[in-house]
Design a binder for this molecule. Sequence first.
Ligand code: SF4
Length: 166
Amino acid sequence: MGWLLLVLALLSLLLALWSRRRSGLPWQRVVYQDTDWQRNDRPLIARQYDLVGKPDYLLQVRGSLIPVEVKPERQAPAPYQSDLMQLAAYCLLVEATTGRSPKYGLLRYATQTFKLPYTRAVRQELIILLQAIKHDRQAPDVARSHGNAARCRGCGFASSCTDSLV
Ligand code: SF4
């Protein structure tokens, strides 16, 4: 279960960090008709990046694996930056575990799908974010980045967090 805690911790930190940052990540809407989606059952592990994660699906597209993240309840005109970074992390995991970089990842909301091209710039932005996360994980404390009590109520660290709003 150690890896699961690591995943949750990383994703939680990723969301918290990303809410503090603005990003110029590219994205575009796509209409995706492929129904041959394979649900992914195993975590992908990249120890060199201290990263473990499991995209909802991995698509086989012309010999490449394309990660897909599904947020079935979410409706928004544009993808959340935190979701894009989570998707970028899955692209990095696919790259690290297969030796082949996916050209893009897909983010599925309730009514539409967004495509994140996995470019060098996106990869670099993710690497910088992962380094910041690693730095913050080693710091004695990290300041709360929001004033949202509901977020603290749903947080797995609330019982030990000195900055919790609940
Ligand atoms: S309890 Fe609130 S402030 Fe503390 S880590 Fe969780 S979300 Fe952040």
